[in-house]
Design a protein around this ligand. Structure first.
Ligand code: TYD
Length: 138
């Protein structure tokens, strides 16, 4: 499948009013296509830092830059694509088995990550050659 068909750019609704913005993200198929089991956020990463560098066998993710901006380089073993996360209402849905690097964090970047699974180090592929081998078997 083409990389562009594997990922989804989500647009969350803003329920804000004159008091300010209010963005709601509900799991289980409402705004995010999975039950949210884990949330983590990344901030304080310098512009030259590259995070991620892994693929997940079981976990799907939605990435949201709730503040600032960052970039995600995606690789499905055949194609690469760079997506800039630059709006608090924008979500990037990532299915399993995509190689991802997060980088180019702005100083005010807060990258919120919603995950479909609890943390399990065993389901991470942290070696790119291993990733390519596993992709070839699918
Ligand atoms: P890491 O996967 O390197 O973060 P990133 O993908 O953002 O570059 O995680 C850093 C450390 O934190 C590593 O030892 C694993 C641990 N960790 C957890 O224990 N639970 C989690 O949910 C996450 C994302 C990481």
């Amino acid at each position: 499948m083409q990389l562009a068909e594997q990922i989804k750019i989500l647009e969350f609704s803003d329920l804000g009013d004159e008091r300010g913005n209010l963005v709601v993200v509900e799991g289980s198929g409402f705004d995010v296509p999975f039950e949210i089991k884990r949330v983590f956020y990344i901030y304080g990463s310098d512009a030259e830092v590259i995070r991620g560098r892994h693929a997940n066998r079981k976990t799907e993710f939605v990435l949201i830059n709730v503040s600032g901006t960052s970039k995600v380089r995606l690789d499905n073993g055949f194609e690469q694509e760079v997506i800039e996360l630059n709006r608090p209402r924008m979500g990037l849905y990532l299915p399993t088995m995509l190689w991802k690097d997060m980088y180019d964090f702005s100083e005010d970047s807060i990258l919120l990550v919603l995950a479909s699974e609890h943390y399990d180090a065993e389901e991470y592929i942290r070696d790119y050659d291993e990733y390519i081998k596993e992709i070839a078997k699918l």
